[in-house]
Design a protein around this ligand. Structure first.
Ligand SMILES: [Zn+2]
Ligand SMILES: [Zn+2]
Length: 775
């Protein structure tokens, strides 16, 4: 038994930085009368605890209960204890990050308002009552306000707000929740709200109260949030929703909503345990949930306006005090609680969300009836994250606020520092070095000059914040892509090589990397991506093994008359399928689908000659074509993936009554298996009574595609030693398809990997590019 004190040293790995871990440990150590230090090290926190042996042991065993929410310990590495001289215990201290020898920077994520701050904001006795910028060590902006790393107030946009004496006392008091809370403020010293009318002129009065009054009167507000502007409206006010859809020129794409609490979420939607955890987590994403059947109707949720194509709703809880204060009335406010508000991106179609007041007043004029703005500047754009629950686990669809840019840990180190430029749709940028992979928040579609500017900012910022210089740049092999072009330009500027990566190869690599699998088969069912043979891929079974990528199975190619145009006008795709299947395209057939015979003749000609009609293998395009064949797809789509979303929705509404199976043929050719869908389109062209039975046929489509997927995997397992199967690509956002394929494969004892941390869609491309180029 020792009678003199000891020191134990632990390296705590996991999600432990930028989350208030060090202050939490500090408080607990001081309370226990122990000495030592805590500091951020190389992707970990190093803790040295000094004191009597038994007290130190107890402290370490109780450590998990001390850590703040959001922190996650993956691994603890302990060194041999050291005996100290009696009286050799120094008072506990937090060492600054820079003191550490092997220091690695992290970019901390933005965290949703915590329960304590929520209570402060709604408590009339609290000095932060009604204050929209209340934060503490456990919550508030990080990524969106930093100019540089490491994260402390001087390097954030809050540096222009010196703390008042009361805040300063809290900041310096180890026992306080706001001890070293870098983004803290109060109404005396911190940022302020202002209410502007539609023309951008300031109006006097309490800004949140004015905004709540306007929302209750059916106005649309542009609210400056954490990572950019959001458009807000009362989700139960039909007139407001109709106006919002008209003004945004967004007739069908779903709107996300915010509800004030978990109980309200449960009245509208089915909230599973996993969904509940997600909603209340520090990441606090939008969670896509099934709407309860009783919750729909004029007096309840106007789903025909919130999400006309689906019976699901993207729902979130208030993630900032400002959002909470929009829903909740304070004392004396006659406008009652809003139980559901639309919260949708504050942008014009195709553009990124607005960041600054000037941008919003300029670009959202004509959309917003008022502006709720503030002077806490947003340095980097960050959208709300979007998640679903798949197989009782979260699956992220849009990785942004809360999740990004927290690093993923790879199973093996990368060669060099690799920057992945991502895809042109749903873009993200990724930076990999060592065994860390940092994926930027969702950048979005690179359609406009504003979007490209935001993209370049992220490309420059990630390496700078992490104090690394890319040694190679990975781009899509499609030279015409904006992301690829920009990547080549940066590579030239930095004097580093460019690595080209095929789109679906990147999907597959991202899926395996997320699960720490060095090799495997991956089924990539996606929209479109250029294949190495010049045709459009998007339904591949790929084998990734020994640094090589091999295509083992795919869908037979069909013409895509009009190329890109056919994605916007799905009927063109159906005509291409008819031609491929030898279905005679008569004027009657054209008219029955609402097409003019002249139009159709041109598409038939293009398809036959292959002129302006590239060959397409993609599963996403197959879903488009089926949706068009069943009369579900609109003549011109209004958002990406709409035909497939309508198809899935129709299948969900179907009680499961059996119609005939949809046929397809399998053909082997030099080791590659080809799935040919011509028989299905011939059959559907001959069915006289599709109308009224769309749901049954839509379900038959899902079953047939799943059956084909399983046949492809079986073929792959016969011709490869790999034994794990990943599922990637935008089509695996489809719940029915994912369930059918997973169930069938698992019943055959196959290990199936789904995306969880990275999106199945193109948001994962940058990560896959990095893994391949750094392999
Ligand atoms: Zn807090
Ligand atoms: Zn203050």
């Amino acid at each position: 038994m020792h009678d003199h004190p000891i020191r134990r040293t632990l390296d705590i790995h996991g999600q432990v930085q930028g989350l208030g871990v060090r202050p939490a440990i500090f408080r607990a150590a001081v309370a226990a009368g122990l000495g030592g230090t805590v500091q951020n090290c190389s992707g970990s926190v190093r803790l040295e605890v000094e004191g009597p042996e038994e007290a130190v042991r107890r402290f370490i065993s109780e450590l998990p209960s001390v850590l703040p929410r959001g922190a996650r310990v993956d691994r603890v590495v302990e060194r041999a204890p050291v005996d100290l001289a009696p009286g050799g215990v120094a008072p506990f201290r937090i060492l600054s990050s820079r003191d550490a020898g092997s220091f690695e920077l992290v970019i901390p994520p933005d965290l949703a308002m915590c329960d304590d701050c929520r209570r402060d904001v709604l408590d009339p006795a609290n000095r932060r009552y009604g204050y929209a910028f209340t934060t503490c060590t456990l919550c508030g902006p990080r990524y969106t306000v930093i100019h540089d790393t490491p994260y402390d107030r001087a390097r954030t946009t809050l540096s222009v707000f010196p703390l008042c004496s009361e805040c300063q006392a809290e900041y310096e008091s180890p026992g306080n929740r706001r001890f070293h809370a870098e983004s803290m403020a109060c109404s005396r010293c911190g940022p302020r709200l202002r209410y502007l009318d539609a023309s951008g002129a300031e109006r006097s009065g309490n800004p949140t109260r004015l905004a709540r009054r306007a929302l209750a009167d059916g106005a649309i507000g542009a609210v400056r949030g954490l990572g950019g502007f959001l458009l807000v409206a009362d989700a139960r006010n039909r007139a407001a929703l109709i106006r919002l859809r008209e003004r945004k020129a967004r007739p069908h794409k779903p709107f996300a909503v915010m509800v004030p609490d978990v109980a309200t979420a449960g009245t509208w939607c089915e909230v599973s345990e996993c969904a509940l955890e997600l909603l209340t987590a520090p990441e606090s994403p939008i969670v896509v949930l099934d709407v309860k059947s009783g919750a729909v109707g004029d007096s309840a949720l106007p789903m025909d306006l919130l999400s006309p194509d689906t019976r699901t709703l993207g729902l979130m809880l208030p993630t900032t005090p400002l959002q909470l204060l929009l829903a909740h009335p304070l004392e004396g406010d006659p406008v009652p609680l809003f139980d559901v508000l639309v919260m949708t991106s504050g942008n014009r179609r195709g553009e990124p969300i607005c960041l600054t007041e000037a941008e919003a007043v300029d670009r959202l004029s004509g959309i917003a009836d008022f502006f709720l703005v503030h002077d806490r500047e947003i340095n980097l754009r960050n959208d709300d994250s979007v998640c679903v629950v798949r197989e009782h686990r979260p699956q992220v669809w849009r990785r942004a606020r809360g999740f990004a840019p927290q690093p993923l840990v790879l199973d093996r180190p990368l060669a060099g520092v690799v920057l992945g430029m991502g895809a042109d749709m749903k873009n993200t940028v990724a930076l990999g070095f060592g065994s860390r992979l940092v994926v930027s928040p969702h950048v979005g579609d690179l359609d406009t000059p504003q979007a490209l500017e935001g993209f370049e900012t992220v490309v420059r910022t990630l390496p700078r914040f992490l104090e690394t210089r890319p040694t190679r740049v990975a781009v899509d092999l499609h030279e015409g892509m904006e992301s690829a072009r920009t990547g080549r330009r940066f590579a030239a500027e930095w004097g580093v090589p460019v690595v080209e990566v095929q789109h679906h190869h990147a999907h597959a690599a991202a899926c395996l990397a997320e699960h720490g699998e060095p090799e495997g088969l991956v089924l990539v069912f996606d929209g479109t991506g250029l294949g190495p043979d010049g045709s459009i891929w998007g339904a591949e079974l790929l084998e990734l093994r020994g640094g090589e990528c091999r295509r083992l199975a795919s869908f037979a190619g069909v013409p895509l008359p009009g190329g890109e145009c056919a994605i916007r006008e799905p009927m063109r795709q159906l005509v291409g399928r008819w031609v491929a299947a030898g279905v005679e395209v008569t004027p009657e057939r054209a008219k029955a689908k609402g097409l003019s015979p002249e139009q159709v003749d041109a598409w038939v000609l293009q398809s036959r000659r292959g002129a302006n009609a590239p060959r397409v293998h993609s599963a996403g395009r197959l879903f488009d074509s089926f949706s068009a064949a069943l009369g579900l797809a609109p003549a011109v789509i209004t958002y990406e993936g709409q035909p497939a979303i309508r198809l899935e929705s129709a299948a969900r509404r179907c009680p499961g009554r059996a119609v005939q199976d949809l046929p397809f043929t399998l053909r082997g050719e030099a080791g590659t298996l080809w799935v040919d869908w011509a028989d299905s389109f011939r059959l559907l062209a001959s069915v006289p009574d599709l109308v009224g039975h769309e749901g049954e046929w839509a379900l038959a489509v899902h079953r047939a595609v799943a059956k084909a997927a399983v046949a492809m995997v079986r073929h792959g397992l016969d011709s490869s030693p790999c034994r794990v199967v990943g599922l990637s690509g935008g089509c695996f956002m489809n719940a029915i398809l994912t369930d059918l394929v997973c169930t069938a494969l698992r019943e055959s004892g196959i290990r199936v990997l789904l995306h969880h941390q990275l999106p199945p869609g193109d948001g994962c491309i940058s990560a896959g590019q990095v893994v391949i180029a750094g392999g």
